[in-house]
Design a protein around this ligand. Structure first.
Ligand SMILES: [Zn+2]
Ligand SMILES: [Zn+2]
Length: 344
């Protein structure tokens, strides 16, 4: 039973670094010694807006590390393997996992099949055979970390909309997930790719990662209609989790188009659908992070072969000892922060 330092939810809106005992890995589980982690927008929601996650809960679901021990029945991994864990864990054998919907694994209790504790010196991953992937030789920690959540979620937003090459897309908000949706839109051949963002450094990053146009939230609707010749986009992606952006997504989507929502609406109790006609004959899709070992391997391969490079988003470096300050920085978007690489 290793004793480790881990960032926990200390109070609503507050995290702290504490020492606690990790159990030995149970059946199907792996104990992973963390080498790199990061803070996610969802962590802020878990801390601030999701009381279902109790105080004292270990934080962090995006982790890269080395397998230290495995529980009974784990066959694909052994101590010493360098791995990345998918933020949503899968059993690999329930009806949903068998239906290639591993992000909503029934056995591991989706939506609570989230990894907890990756912001610690070590963490436990359940369903290890189906939720971990080895790092390919040409992929380092900083690249691999993106496949744990944000790259898969951002790509998932585009895939779930069934966007085809040559179709137009507008992506509302260019935080880490929005920027990964921009990367996904570029990878799948969208044109134009219109990013909606107000912060200067995120506007810059959107262009760098593939946006053909960047417009301001204040006049997004007008600008998007202008760029698309009054037609609207084929796909609009909501990455912020706000009523206003959801409505704007509906308004800029063409008849027959798709609104793809991946924003976390945890801060607001309900979402209303405009009845002004902007949702009629449009498709609305939502998704969690697409999960499973094969998903991780697919994305790692895109990185290894140079087709996708998310690493420009790692704007800052920190250490576990400074994680409370890093939360502060991330929460308030200080100093142009997008993603923070946190080593132990
Ligand atoms: Zn995340
Ligand atoms: Zn399952």
């Amino acid at each position: 039973m290793p004793r480790v330092k881990t960032c926990v939810k200390e109070d609503t809106g507050k995290v702290a670094l504490v020492e606690h005992d990790l159990p030995d890995p149970g059946p199907g589980q792996a104990l992973i010694r963390t080498t790199l982690t990061t803070i996610c927008g969802s962590d802020i929601h878990i801390c601030d807006d999701i009381p279902e996650v109790p105080l004292g809960m270990p934080m962090g679901h995006e982790g890269v590390g080395i397998v230290e021990a495995v529980g009974e029945g784990v066959e694909r991994f052994s101590p010493g393997d360098k791995v990345v864990a998918c933020c949503l864990m899968s059993c690999g054998s329930c009806d949903r996992c068998n239906d290639d919907q591993m992000g909503i694994c029934e056995t591991l209790g989706a939506p609570m099949n989230l990894v907890f504790g990756a912001q610690g010196e070590a963490f436990i991953c359940s369903g290890a055979d189906h939720s971990l992937a080895r790092l390919p030789k040409g992929v380092d920690d900083r690249q691999a970390m993106f496949v744990a959540d944000v790259l898969s979620t951002g790509f998932g937003a585009i895939e779930r909309a069934e966007l085809r090459a040559g179709q137009s897309v507008a992506i509302f908000a260019q935080g880490p997930v929005g920027l990964c949706a921009t990367l996904g839109a570029k990878h799948y051949g969208a044109e134009p790719i219109i990013a909606v963002e107000g912060l200067p450094e995120r506007r810059e990053m959107a262009k760098r990662l593939g946006a053909t146009h960047v417009v301001s939230p204040g006049n997004a609707q007008e600008e998007i209609m202008k760029i698309t010749g009054g037609r609207g986009v084929d796909v609009a992606v909501e990455c912020l989790g706000k009523q206003e952006t959801f409505e704007n997504c509906c308004k800029v989507t063409r008849l027959g188009g798709t609104v793809s929502s991946v924003g976390v609406y945890a801060g607001i109790p309900s979402l209303s659908l405009p009845t002004d006609g902007s949702f009629v004959h449009r498709k609305i899709v939502t998704t969690f992070c697409p999960a499973g070992a094969r998903r991780l391997e697919y994305l790692l391969d895109l990185i290894e072969t140079g087709k996708v490079d998310p690493t420009p988003m790692l704007t800052h470096d920190s250490t576990l000892a400074n994680i409370v300050e890093s939360y502060d920085q991330f929460r308030h978007r200080h100093d142009g922060v997008i993603k923070i690489a946190i080593t132990m």
